[in-house]
Design a protein around this ligand. Structure first.
Ligand code: SAM
Ligand code: SF4
Length: 328
């Protein structure tokens, strides 16, 4: 069992995109009240007094869309400076990244994952549910800005949806041939848009790997902070490819992460609400911090059992909340 040392922190449950795999256009998403969002101070208190003392050292900021969070750069700087923070990363849709990439890097963020599901502006806008002037260019500029300020490895996330962007797998993989980027293909999960999932299904990573192998060959690779991804490389490429295969190869037994939602719920698992803790209410009712630490420690001890049960039951169920709400 891996040590549980990785916390994904959702900074906001809102998003400026409505990706069709994450938030179906027609669906009503219920958002947390803004006064329920953990403040920067509350997040820092939790990290300093609860999570770091319990052995957490790796943090990823996510959402919703984390770049929409007010006071983001100050928060990044404060987390990066906490004694005990060994790794600080962010997952973003990149739309506002060009304007803040430099400030984020200066504040101490070193790793960034940007979602880029298509190289075709029309397909991209269809996926993110946007009409009007295309948003692809702004995201691409965000990626370039992140590259120029030195984020390394720069990771691009692609959720592959049959009949929507699966025809672009080779083009997206080819980005790694002359750039030291890391392109990660994520199997579509039945979380967020059940109707699309039932209609289109998902494509197993091995099928994508076979397409790439047939074209260029594929060898095993390495990348920093690979988490659950299996890493490969096109021979001679500067960059690498990752495959996150949570549908075809459940990796729940290797899971070393917990998730903190924007409104302060700690979840031991993306797909399972067992044991989740309301840390916001606990903080706001002045629960002593050592008691909070004990509650989180108890949940940490339960996690292997939760992981095991999920592995046994598989990850193909249907889930009530979207990744944007939980903090993907
Ligand atoms: N807004 C940011 C973004 O899109 O990168 C961060 C939050 S988003 C919820 C985090 C990741 O979850 C993204 O890489 C997204 O592609 C992934 N995601 C969302 N819904 C998914 C689904 N149904 N299946 C697989 N991945 C999904
Ligand atoms: Fe898309 Fe991320 Fe927003 Fe979900 S949270 S709609 S994946 S940009």
């Amino acid at each position: 069992m891996n040590p549980i040392n990785y916390l994904r922190i959702s900074l906001i449950d809102r998003c400026n995109f409505r990706c069709l795999y994450c938030m179906p256009e027609e669906a009503e998403i219920s958002y947390a009240l803004q006064e329920h969002w953990l403040t920067n101070e509350e997040i820092l208190t939790l990290l300093q007094e609860v999570f770091i003392p319990l052995g957490f050292s790796r943090f990823r900021l996510t959402g919703g869309e984390p770049l929409l969070r007010p006071g983001l750069v100050d928060l990044v700087r404060a987390i990066a400076q906490l004694p005990g923070t060994e790794d600080l990363a962010m997952t973003t849709n990149g739309f506002h990244l060009a304007a803040v990439a430099e400030d984020l890097y200066a504040a101490g963020l070193r790793r960034i994952n940007i979602s880029l599901d298509s190289l075709d502006a029309a397909v991209f806008d269809q996926i993110i549910g946007h009409r009007g002037r295309s948003r692809w260019q702004a995201v691409w500029q965000g990626i370039q800005a992140a590259h120029q300020v030195g984020f390394d490895p720069l990771k691009l996330n692609v959720v592959v949806i049959p009949g929507v962007n699966d025809h672009e797998v080779l083009d997206l993989a080819a980005l790694t041939r002359d750039r030291a980027w890391h392109v990660r293909f994520i199997e579509f999960m039945p979380i967020g848009n059940d109707a699309l999932f039932s209609d289109r299904g998902w494509i197993a990573s091995e099928e994508l790997r076979q397409q790439i192998r047939d074209r260029w060959g594929l060898t095993e690779g390495r990348v920093t902070g690979n988490g659950p991804a299996d890493i490969f490389q096109i021979p001679g490429a500067k960059g690498t490819l990752g495959f996150i295969s949570q549908m075809s190869e459940c990796f729940c037994d290797r899971c070393n992460r917990m998730r903190l939602s924007a409104d302060g719920w700690l979840r031991p698992c993306l797909l399972n609400e067992t044991g989740q803790l309301d840390l916001r209410t606990a903080l706001r009712t002045s629960t002593p911090l050592d008691e909070l630490r004990d509650r989180v420690a108890t949940l940490l001890n339960l996690k292997p059992e939760i992981n095991y049960k999920l592995r046994e039951s598989g990850t193909t169920g249907r889930y009530a909340r979207t990744m944007s709400q939980i903090g993907g």
